[in-house]
Design a protein around this ligand. Structure first.
Ligand code: NAX
Length: 327
């Protein structure tokens, strides 16, 4: 018997990431090759984005995806999130010229208050939320603060692009296949302060730091390269990463619905790894049959602790900036 369709909401669906994401969800890459989906697509309720959204939907139709059962196109959050099982919050306001980071945090924060409220009101009881729109760790905290019905562990933010970048850079340096790099997890914020924990990573099953054999490179080149990769892509392409971000979101959700997968996810820290208990920080999780459990067993050395403290300070600072939005 055919499976019941899963309803997936995507915000900012006519944007760059949306364009690289929707076709892969509809093809089955995210939820499985036999899992029908219904896409519920939200864009801001003005003519340009709504028209662009129609165009994207026309292309989705033209792909004749067997798994795509229906589409909803809307400018109304309560329509977009109605009965959804997954809400992928991609859309947010980009930082404009001369705009202060604090203003960006607050402007985007307001979007995530409204969307958090709508999700809590109308989404399915099993709804899960993945935030990509930046600053994603803080936006997810704001959305989750609106939840009265859904528990905090249903709200995650994406650091998977950083994990994928971190694995790729280690593989390149070591001259090995990406498949040889494992146990590389991202701690903290999706920002240049993130800590790509090379101290526990493995290359071909061996300690990555000893395979690389160049501690100075790991500390002074590798970490900034991974942390600032987004800016390097903008510099090279003139546009921010979209295809790799969409791919990472496919990985994020796919691995959260695949028991046994171990991967980096930004979750409510609850004080793990020395993070402030109330911030959402990247850390390794293991997917279970019903959700995930955080892997808490990695022992951090003094260097790793100092990196975690830095990214925690930034997350606490972001929280402080938007604290009025958490009420
Ligand atoms: P685009 O500007 O191409 O698209 C964003 C879309 O969101 C636009 O179509 C806009 O109309 C829509 N939008 C804005 N406010 C909305 C609202 N309130 N409701 C519904 N739709 C709304 O940006 P894109 O390149 O797609 O990036 C989207 C977000 O992802 C940005 O915030 C970006 O910073 C963030 N990123 C996050 C990454 C991560 O790893 N967490 C990596 C990639 C990316 O930088």
């Amino acid at each position: 018997m055919a499976k019941k369709p899963i309803r997936v909401a995507v915000t900012g669906a006519a944007g760059n990431i949306g364009y690289a994401l929707l076709f892969r969800i509809a093809s089955g890459a995210m939820l499985g090759p036999d899992q029908p989906v219904i896409l519920q697509l939200l864009e801001i309720p003005v003519e340009g984005p709504q028209k662009a959204l129609k165009g994207v939907a026309m292309e989705l139709e033209d792909c004749a995806f067997p798994l795509l059962q229906d589409m909803v196109l809307t400018g109304d959050a309560e329509v977009a999130f109605k009965d959804v099982n997954w809400a992928l919050l991609v859309g947010s306001k980009p930082r404009g010229p001369g705009m202060e980071r604090a203003d960006l945090l607050k402007d985007n924060g307001r979007i995530f208050i409204a969307q958090g409220q709508a999700i809590d009101k109308v989404a399915a009881d099993d709804a899960r939320v993945a935030v990509v729109g930046n600053p994603c760790n803080t936006n997810v905290m704001i959305a989750a603060a609106q939840a009265r019905r859904l528990p905090a562990d249903r709200f995650t933010a994406m650091v998977r692009l950083d994990e994928n970048r971190g694995r790729a850079q280690l593989a390149k340096k070591a001259g090995v296949s990406i498949n040889d790099v494992s146990d590389l997890f991202i701690y903290g914020n999706h920002s240049p302060t993130m800590f790509a924990d090379f101290t526990h990573a493995k290359i071909g099953g061996k300690d990555a730091a000893s395979v690389i054999g160049d501690q100075a490179w790991l500390e002074n080149e590798y970490l900034p390269t991974v942390g600032k990769r987004g800016a390097a892509i903008i510099e090279a392409r003139g546009l921010s990463s979209a295809a790799s971000a969409a791919n990472a979101l496919i990985d994020h959700v796919h691995d959260l619905v695949t028991p046994g997968k171990i991967h980096s996810v930004a979750v409510k820290s609850e004080g793990r790894y020395g993070f402030n208990p109330d911030v959402w920080a990247g850390m390794p999780v293991k997917t279970t049959a019903t959700g995930f459990e955080v892997i808490e067993s990695y022992e951090m050395d003094a260097f790793a602790k100092s990196k975690i403290a830095l990214t925690n300070d930034e997350l606490v600072g972001e929280r402080e900036t938007i604290k009025d939005l958490l009420a």
